[in-house]
Design a protein around this ligand. Structure first.
Ligand code: GLN
Length: 444
């Protein structure tokens, strides 16, 4: 069966490419890779899951994609996502839902749901996602795979369609931490085309990954899991036990400001989104409404027709938070909260080398279950947004099963310490077999 046929049930892909691998002797030779459809590739339709970019073909290619091409990877196509990466289920795509390979009635998570489902179902070896508030880690958890949000600045964002510019990062999705390390190695590093990109060369992630975990101090905050559903909590505690057996020392720490992370995130993300999305006005590219009498009505009609409900909601929320009179009360307060959260973690990392927490409060939910209730949807990001607010690297790896559905265990580390996250996850995966399980829908 060819890829489009294999993807019929899941709808993980929005575009299939015929492109062959460019070189045969790179670090990813023989590997197939899928790209989230908010990454620009010259000559490939790039929609960001939005009607407003239907038929848009970028005139340039994202740096991460250029780097994949010279790594010998074969690029299979573009994967489905929530419109402009806004969502936690991929249901906000203008091009239909993606199904979770573990249970076709459930969501794959989001916004990188297409990338996570494609990897989980064996449609590709590796995938790129983007993570503004959890969009790599949460779908990785829902689909039973590993996903890493690098430190803010580790990976170039040139050619990424922006959502929240102080939060967005591109990162790898794969079954194992080992494969995530290989993919991260290829995409990370300085880029003259992105001035927000870290100037230092990346370390050898695969080498760092191999160091053993003996004596590593792993922090966790009991307050963070006390209200968790019993099964989820049991899975999390069993995961901590594995780390203990690997030689890590568990340290109890606390994050005094964590309860403010979700409101701070949804203020900052919507504020930045409202600014980033101002460029879709029907003038330069993308959809343009027909039959408008003047330029103002053309722009307003274009945006009314082109954006979906969630994107409109966020533009309104973000514009409101930035408006004069409210800026100090909302946006500025949220920015101050970021500093406090960063200080919480500075404190944690004097006591611990890494920090463990659940990835999500529950396993994958049913399609349609939360789509009428935006607040319920936002709550599924409660454990993931803090890594973006603080810029810290975070990884989710398979951490067991609840109700026959995969759940994730999340790790965070000090800035630029992706190697430590990969090290912990890799050794966890040497000892457990969660990441080796495949869903029924996986095509062999
Ligand atoms: N679910 C979060 C949101 O909707 C995160 C999305 C993301 O990381 N792109 O904003």
């Amino acid at each position: 069966m060819n890829l489009p046929d294999r993807d019929r049930e899941l709808h993980a892909f929005l575009y299939f490419s015929e492109e062959e691998a460019l070189v045969s002797d790179g670090p990813l030779s023989g590997k197939t890779v899928a790209l989230k459809d908010n990454l620009c590739v010259k000559g490939w339709p790039t929609t960001a899951g939005s009607r407003i970019l239907k038929n848009f073909v970028p005139p340039y290619t994202a740096t991460v994609v250029e780097r994949l091409r010279v790594s010998g990877a074969r690029l299979l196509g573009k994967t489905n996502l929530d419109e402009f990466a806004m969502g936690s289920s991929t249901e906000n795509s203008a091009y239909g839902v993606t199904r979770n390979p573990w249970d076709l009635e459930r969501v794959p998570g989001g916004s990188s749901g297409g990338s996570a489902a494609a990897v989980a179902a064996g449609l590709c070896d590796l995938a790129l996602g983007t993570d503004t508030g959890g969009s790599i880690r949460q779908p990785a958890a829902f689909c039973g795979i590993t996903g890493l949000k690098p430190t803010y600045g580790r990976v170039s964002r040139y050619g990424l369609i922006a959502y929240g510019s102080s939060l967005d990062q591109i990162g790898p999705l794969a079954y194992s931490a080992e494969d995530c390390a290989r993919l991260l190695q290829v995409i990370a590093g300085p880029d003259p085309l992105d001035s927000t990109c870290y100037q230092e060369a990346s370390p050898d992630f695969s080498a760092q990954m191999k160091a053993d975990c003996q004596g590593l101090r792993l922090g966790w905050d009991p307050g963070l899991v006390k209200d968790l559903a019993p099964d989820m909590r049991a899975a999390f505690e069993a995961g901590l036990q594995v780390y203990r057996e690997l030689g890590a020392h568990l340290v109890e720490v606390s994050l005094p400001h964590i309860e403010y992370s979700l409101p701070a995130y949804y203020l900052i993300a919507t504020a930045e989104a409202s600014s980033n999305l101002a460029r879709y006005d029907g003038v330069r590219y993308g959809h343009r409404a027909q039959g408008a009498k003047d330029v103002a009505s053309m722009m307003s009609k274009t945006r009314s027709e082109g954006f979906g409900a969630e994107v409109k909601r966020r533009i309104m929320l973000g514009t409101y938070a930035l408006s004069s009179g409210y800026y100090d009360a909302y946006y500025a307060q949220a920015q101050k909260m970021r500093t406090l959260l960063r200080q919480d973690f500075d404190q944690v990392f004097t006591l611990a080398d890494a920090f463990a927490l659940p990835t999500t409060p529950a396993p994958a939910f049913k399609i349609g279950e939360k789509s009428a209730d935006p607040l319920a949807m936002y709550l599924s990001d409660v454990y993931t947004v803090v890594a973006n607010l603080t810029g810290l690297p975070a990884l989710s790896h398979p951490g067991g099963f609840v109700d026959d559905l995969p759940v994730g265990l999340q790790l965070m580390a000090p800035a630029w310490q992706e190697g430590r996250l990969l090290q912990l996850a890799h050794h966890f995966q040497q000892r457990t077999s969660f990441h080796l399980k495949r869903p029924q829908a996986a095509v062999v």
